[in-house]
Design a protein around this ligand. Structure first.
Ligand SMILES: *[C@@H]1O[C@H](CO)[C@@H](O)[C@H](O)[C@H]1NC(C)=O
Ligand SMILES: *[C@@H]1O[C@H](CO)[C@@H](O)[C@H](O)[C@H]1NC(C)=O
Ligand SMILES: *[C@@H]1O[C@H](CO)[C@@H](O)[C@H](O)[C@H]1NC(C)=O
Ligand SMILES: *[C@@H]1O[C@H](CO)[C@@H](O)[C@H](O)[C@H]1NC(C)=O
Length: 584
């Protein structure tokens, strides 16, 4: 594919966004967006504590949470579950970095698990810990504590704490003992490496967490952030003669016998006979019966491995209660990215933008959070930093790519400050199937997810020039690629989705939070009512107004030049709509 000059309208868009970016350079801090009645939430002067349970590769779509009775008892029933919570990059390292920085991977440029395009070394080289949530909390007097997996690439020689944890408690799992369930290796700030052969990782993390909570209480160290990150239900990963081997996660001995009848839900997209996908997935052979059986076994191993995490959650919450701190603590339960098993014939893993890989658990309980509710407000890991800052009553840096999630019972999720209808899901790192030798270098894509006002779309542009469009209202399992048909029947819809993608793929701060403001920079009188309130285009529904058809039709399309395994800005461009598409 050849690079074309930008067409005028998009050039205009780009110069607007550059302008917006220019304004963001100096990291201005906004007044805290606390919402009405916020100061009453805690009912006391002190700042709340935060405990974050961060698991690894835990699915939402196969209902793994339903197999965790204690998480249900202590968090789901006592708090709110956000059912439309997503990661914006389906891989541990990019995803965790987005969580702590509040930025999309295209802004952190952490796009892979390990060096050169990701991992702890690239994280430190880019000094991402100069400007991230733990640092802002520390500056506000928080004691930050971390136990478990941070990101890939924390090794015995590269175990130093990032900023925000240097003077407090930093106890990461280090390679090669991150994913070895009965052979974990921990490091501490300055202390020795601790290898605990024969001890079960989650139980060790549980003991360490309890001891830490006791120390914090004894020392009256308050307020605090405590991150507890066991690696279940991630595969066990070990290294042998230069090879990386993935095997199913290992449960604690006491849980080995559970869930004998559980198996991967046979959803309509599980190992289908026919499929309508981009070429690398389209051409996957159907999984054999043997492979299906292996996936069911892996599914059971995953659920069993989560049981120790379930017990850990209960222990931590009970201890918090013993210390009289439960009422002043927000407890969040989430994971880094989702996981698929047999979906669209893909054996097992993550890395795609399909729902199984990106829609993930997010539960929160704490002061002011509604109990036993489900909330379908759209939220992502990029919303996490703003959410925590707001709950802590702290200002929100303007460069954050998403606003706070409306987590409090009093929040009006339709208020402009919470409105989040759309986000990008992006990926550059190729794909592989865990426990198989299969690799694809074509798993490079930018996609957009849009919800609300009756719309529920997924639109994706691939490095191969292929496209996908799913209308999830009609096709929740993303089985029928509606791109070609829609191009003929509703080209105006593709025009909008592609324009939105074009903004989101390079957005930053305000332009991520309100991408429509880039496409419709001028406020327009509401419904032509003279003197009526000004109404901006704020949603896909507003943008679908016929009066904008010509404008959207005139915009060029997003395309990759070719498939590259990192974020090279010169590989991602706009091209004029090609005549064959219009002629279809
Ligand atoms: C992202 O990082 C890679 C190195 O990993 C670098 O080559 C590339 O230019 C960076 N991309 C952007 C847009 O800065
Ligand atoms: C608590 O205080 C003890 C003794 O001063 C100290 O060794 C320990 O590091 C402190 N722990 C925390 C979590 O602050
Ligand atoms: C994958 O894991 C299954 C167990 O779930 C095992 O039987 C199989 O041999 C493994 N395959 C490879 C290539 O490691
Ligand atoms: C569509 O846009 C036109 C022109 O801006 C406006 O007069 C009209 O009210 C809009 N329609 C809707 C349904 O918003």
């Amino acid at each position: 594919m050849k690079a074309f000059a930008l067409l005028a309208p998009l050039a205009a868009i780009l110069s607007i966004s550059k302008l917006a970016l220019g304004q963001l350079q100096h990291d201005s801090i906004d007044a805290p967006d606390q919402g009405p009645g916020f100061h009453d939430v805690h009912g006391r002067g002190s700042k709340p504590n935060f405990i974050v349970f961060l698991t690894d590769d835990q699915d939402q779509r196969y209902n793994s949470l339903d197999y965790m009775p204690l998480v249900n008892k202590y968090i789901r029933k006592e708090g709110t579950e956000f059912t439309n919570y997503y990661t914006t990059s389906a891989m541990c390292c990019p995803s965790r970095v987005s969580l702590w920085t509040g930025q999309f991977a295209h802004n952190t440029n952490i796009t892979d698990e390990s060096a050169p395009h990701g991992g702890y070394s690239k994280f430190t080289e880019q000094k991402l810990d100069d400007n991230w949530l733990p640092g802002w909390l520390e500056a506000a007097g928080y004691s930050n504590n971390y136990i478990g997996k941070f990101i890939n690439g924390v090794t015995q020689s590269r175990k130093y704490a990032p900023k925000g944890f240097k003077n407090t408690h930093w106890e990461p799992l280090v390679s090669p003992g991150i994913y070895t369930f009965y052979d974990p290796i921990f490091a501490t700030n300055d202390g020795p490496i601790e290898r605990l052969t024969g001890k079960y990782q989650t139980d060790v993390i549980s003991d360490k967490s309890i001891k830490l909570l006791d120390d914090l209480a004894t020392n009256k160290t308050d307020p605090f952030l405590l991150v507890i990150s066991p690696t279940a239900p991630h595969d066990e990963v070990w290294f042998d003669k230069g090879r990386t081997i993935f095997t199913p996660p290992v449960p604690a001995k006491r849980h080995e016998h559970l869930f004998k009848d559980a198996r991967v839900p046979r959803s309509p997209n599980f190992n289908p006979d026919d499929q309508d996908k981009v070429s690398w997935i389209q051409t996957l052979p159907k999984l054999t019966q043997d492979e299906e059986a292996q996936l069911d076994e892996k599914f059971r191993s995953r659920l069993r491995s989560l049981q120790a995490t379930d017990e850990l959650v209960e222990r931590v919450i009970q201890r918090l209660e013993d210390h009289g701190q439960l009422d002043n603590t927000y407890i969040i339960y989430t994971t880094d990215n989702g996981y698929h098993l047999g979906t669209h014939r893909m054996y097992a893993g993550k890395q795609t933008a399909y729902e199984e890989d990106v829609n993930i658990p997010f539960l929160i309980r704490g002061p002011g959070v509604a109990k036993g509710r489900q909330n379908d407000a759209v939220a992502t890991h990029t919303h996490f930093a703003a959410t925590v800052l707001r709950l802590a009553g702290l200002p929100t840096p303007d460069h954050l790519d998403a606003p706070s999630i409306p987590v409090l019972a009093q929040d009006d999720r339709n208020a402009a400050s919470f409105q989040s209808e759309t986000f990008a899901v992006e990926f550059w790192a190729g794909a592989f199937m865990e426990n198989k030798t299969f690799r694809s270098t074509q798993n490079v894509y930018k996609s957009v997810r849009v919800f609300g006002n009756g719309n529920n779309f997924f639109y994706s542009v691939w490095c191969t020039g292929e496209h996908e469009l799913y209308d999830l209202t009609k096709d929740p399992y993303q089985i029928h690629n509606a791109y070609a048909k829609t191009l003929v029947k509703k080209p105006y819809l593709i025009d909008r989705l592609d324009a939105l993608l074009n903004v989101l793929r390079t957005c930053k701060g305000q332009t991520c939070r309100d991408p429509w403001s880039v496409l419709h920079p001028i406020e327009e009188p509401n419904g032509g009512n003279k003197g009526g309130p000004l109404k901006k285009v704020r949603s896909l529904k507003d943008a679908l107004n016929k009066s904008y058809d010509d404008y959207y039709a005139s915009l060029p399309r997003f395309a990759f030049k070719d498939c590259r395994n990192y974020y090279d800005a010169s590989n991602e461009l706009t091209v004029p709509k090609s005549p064959p598409q219009e002629d279809l």
